[in-house]
Design a binder for this molecule. Sequence first.
Ligand code: ISL
Ligand code: CA
Length: 598
Amino acid sequence: MSFITLRTGVAVALSSLMISLACPAVSAAPSVNQDILVQKESEYPAWWKEAVFYQIYPRSFKDTNDDGIGDIRGIIEKLDYLKSLGIDAIWINPHYDSPNTDNGYDISNYRQIMKEYGTMEDFDNLVAEMKKRNMRLMIDVVINHTSDQHPWFIQSKSDKNNPYRDYYFWRDGKDNQPPNNYPSFFGGSAWQKDAKSGQYYLHYFARQQPDLNWDNPKVREDLYAMLRFWLDKGVSGMRFDTVATYSKIPGFPNLTSEQQKNFAEQYTMGPNIHRYIQEMNRKVLSWYDVATAGEIFGVPLDRSSQFFDRRRHELNMAFMFDLIRLDRDSNERWRHKSWSLSQFRQIISKMDVTVGKYGWNTFFLDNHDNPRAVSHFGDDRPQWREASAKALATITLTQRATPFIYQGSELGMTNYPFRQLNEFDDIEVKGFWQDYVQSGKVTATEFLDNVRLTSRDNSRTPFQWNDTLNAGFTRGKPWFHINPNYVEINAEREETREDSVLNYYKKMIQLRHHIPALVYGAYQDLNPQDNTVYAYTRTLGNERYLVVVNFKEYPVRYTLPANDAIEEVVIDTQQQAAAPHSTSLSLSPWQAGVYKLR
Ligand code: ISL
Ligand code: CA
């Protein structure tokens, strides 16, 4: 792992201290104060801690050959746009060959590019063009399951005695029922019966996504070789899809009805999960300068650090779901619940404590599996959309975690105004519909009222580049609806408007790049119970920064903690920011800012 140099003299000295400690000659030296050491180690710099990441959903980013589907050339075409935004690294959703039952999360060939996205030459060009611009590429690694069209599964299914049979989980049913009562994330049972052998295979997601058998060492070696293939191409980041579910519970006992309500958590309880991730680290990841992030959906906060505590040699960072799913139940994931700012900020504090001294986190308020941030945590009504999108940008870029900006959030793109079922594309919505509406458990109206707010499809509509036909995304027929608000919300328009959301993101990203305290500084929430103003400090050495965000659509007065005063306004979403030396702030609706404290 290589580290870039920190900007402050202090930190450079710390990192050289680390290097000298790592050297064997020093191990015989008299014992050092452990506490100080630990503190210094938490400031251990890494490029992926300082980088601002941008997530691209290639299918919806930019189409260059008029087939209505975004492609790799489209990403290359827009690299300069991303560079000017200040982006250092890009995570792309799966780019591999796939029948697209789950938009690329069902891979049929790990070493080929999805036909719709282009060719291997396009991919190599992308890596080269990014390198030229000093940007890094993180790919999505989907190895909990393959597509049912993957040659391994086709072999596996062909015959009980096929050498690939054991690449997946095949079990006999019980009284003509599935082997156990596991539900699938996308509705129905997690077991699918195969007519030929009469056995069932396991699929935590769609039946077209059979789960790989990680207990089989051959499976693991094949997957490791595949990872090396991409790392050798110059990929410098890997996002591990549903990483906590690789190891299954031996014997597949039935879930109790209590466990069934949170089956996602149960699926992360496999006894070998950490052994497998450590093995993957030892055999593959540790040999490369690669940033790794694990999607740990289902893992409760208090177990999450096991995945990224660097003393354990597993992964670097995690995508935790506690914050982004604070308004959902583990049980009916399509249903929307109300949430409060105090819940929001308390989750952030808990994550910060969990990450502690030995780990690192990511921070994101949307992605391809969740609604748009401004519609979810801000206010997407025309009057408040821009102000609240800027407020969320302020939060995202000032956390002690690596920020991930989802494509279009830098414009304040909103949820899509879905009206009826046939407007949705996502397999998850269709699965939920079967389980809840068709079974008669809830009415169509109740279901649609919720799914409109929670559906993954909200963030999958094409990127809004300009106000021409199809928002400039394609000259063909777009694969998915374009949000009708593209006439107003689009990149071209925001480039030219000084006070646009886009220009605010640019400034915030610059700040994060130039103020180490915003990356490494200690995080402290100033009023955990408060439901109106989110205020916290970031402290590194003698430097203290205050971040303040008004979460209300009315003006609020915020008083700084006793003995604190503003020394300098670093950035503010309002023209009329606080005067230096003030000890309180008059905040307009959704106002946000970063202030240096005296
Ligand atoms: O989004 C979810 C539920 O609403 C999660 O259950 C999600 O499926 C889970 O976080 C795993 O997500 C990842 O793997 C899935 C894929 O559909 C998602 O897009 C991906 O992010 C299966 O590969
Ligand atoms: Ca295309």
